[in-house]
Design a protein around this ligand. Structure first.
Ligand code: SAJ
Length: 418
């Protein structure tokens, strides 16, 4: 049985390799010919824990190409970015991937959409395109929406062990896809209809976004009262039905900062969801206000941003709140230097640690990379002009930094009015 996976990105590639390692004959299709060549030369286009070992195991059943060929199964895992102007999904890649399938679609084929999409996309966009083949969805061929649920940094583990939702346009479509995914998924697989599956995916990430917005707002309220939000959250979470998230300098990544817009783009409701987006999007502004206050009296301040990845321990800087923070800081006249031991590509140069902290007045921790905990504040302090650190993630060992002569402030530490 041949499976064609369209889109060899963070989700498509590991999925293709998991099917290949389960014994299927997998063709990975991508419009980027450099990526295709790289893969056929046995190299990976990005890093993810466990991906290399998986590639080794799957290689013999996998090939990459730029053209779609006849298959039994077509799986679409292309990006669905947010169109910033309209705050709606940009579905051009889903459209073009579906169109690429049309000439090769045969009776009894199964088409799987994994990309995150607004509710009704399977029904209103995907199926009409596929039916240009002259075949009828649900009768001649099968269609399901099976949203990915894996978290970057643990993608492969979560693809295997997380529960999955499969939304079929018919029960038969869903059952067929369930059998296929059972070849590598060890979590439970639940079956529903395609629109419900689209909706479920979006509400998972909206749940997280709204909860993060809540603690981000609580952090600001706590500061008005002069109390520490981190202590307050820890105590509140002792309640059996409370599970507050962590405040921070904002929300990034290609999912949580985007999916809530897909949910409300075609709805006249969703006021709280839009408000939560606003709260999270403006956390870099709040972070900067706190840094500015810390550096009062310092002429021509230089700050060093620690971490531009959208979250800890990954090399991914998509939609990172660090970008907004840096732009705002520059507009404010700050000189900004950047250090991130994981990220290679970014809008601003990424410096080595020493160069990044030399003559700086303040370190601003934007990303919770674990390695930041092991830095030596004595060594760093010697290179700086002023010893200040603002920890927007509450990840450093603050006592250690204080002992090294640093003035330390933490987002939500209640020190705003002191
Ligand atoms: N963040 C906070 N406070 C928190 C938790 C996260 O500020 O308490 C920030 C992170 O620093 C980051 C952003 O939120 O900037 C998102 O990070 P994340 O780790 O919560 O999630 P993602 O975007 O890496 O992956 C999410 C996951 N969804 C859920 O946990 C509901 C993942 O399972 C999905 O597969 C993925 O979105 C996706 O592709 O949709």
């Amino acid at each position: 049985m041949r499976i064609s996976v369209l889109g060899l990105g963070y989700i498509g590639l590991p999925t293709a390799l998991l099917f290949a390692s389960a014994g299927y004959n997998v063709v990975g299709v991508d419009v980027n010919d450099k990526k295709v060549k790289l893969l056929n030369d046995g190299k990976l286009p990005f890093q993810e824990p466990g991906l290399e070992e998986l590639f080794e195991k799957a290689k013999q059943n996998f090939k990459a190409t730029t053209e779609v060929e006849e298959s039994d199964v077509f799986l679409i895992a292309v990006p669905t970015p947010l169109d910033e102007k309209t705050k709606a999904a940009d579905l051009r890649y889903v459209r073009s991937a579906s169109e690429m399938i049309v000439p090769h679609l045969r009776k009894e084929n199964l088409v799987i959409l994994e990309s995150t999409v607004p509710p009704k996309t399977t029904e209103r966009l995907l199926i009409p395109i596929l039916e240009k083949s002259g075949l009828k969805a649900g009768k001649d061929f099968h269609v399901v929406h099976c949203p990915e649920r894996a978290i970057p940094g643990k993608t492969i583990h979560e693809m295997i062990y997380n529960d999955r939702i499969i939304g079929g346009i018919t029960k038969e479509s869903a059952e067929l896809a369930k059998e296929l995914y059972s070849s590598f998924v060890k979590g439970n697989i639940y079956i529903t209809d395609a629109t419900t599956a689209e909706f479920v995916k979006l509400i998972e990430n909206t749940y997280r976004d709204v909860n993060i917005a809540l603690v981000n707002e609580l952090a600001q309220i706590a500061e008005e009262y002069g109390i520490n939000i981190w202590e307050a959250i820890e105590l509140a979470n002792r309640h059996p039905r409370v599970n507050l998230h962590k405040p921070g300098p904002g929300v990034g990544g290609h999912c949580i900062a985007i999916d809530p817009w897909f949910l409300i783009q075609d709805s006249s409701n969703g006021k709280m969801i839009a408000l939560a987006r606003h709260v999270n999007d403006t956390m870099p502004n709040y972070t900067l206000r706190r840094v500015r206050e810390m550096l009062k009296g310092v002429d021509y301040p230089t700050i060093t941003v620690f971490g531009v990845a959208y979250k800890g321990n990954v090399d991914d800087a998509r939609e990172t709140p660090a970008l907004r923070f840096i732009r705002l800081a520059k507009n404010d006249g700050f000189k900004v230097k950047v250090y991130d031991p994981f990220v290679n590509e970014f809008e601003y140069p990424i410096l080595g640690l020493e160069e990044a902290v030399r003559d700086s007045d303040c370190i601003v921790v934007i990303t919770d990379h674990d390695v930041f905990r092991f830095l030596d504040p004595d060594d760093i302090g010697k290179l700086m002009r002023n010893r200040c650190v603002f920890d927007a993630r509450n990840v450093l060992d603050h006592e250690k930094w204080r002992r090294a002569g640093f003035k330390v402030r933490v987002l939500g530490d209640g020190k705003e009015n002191l």
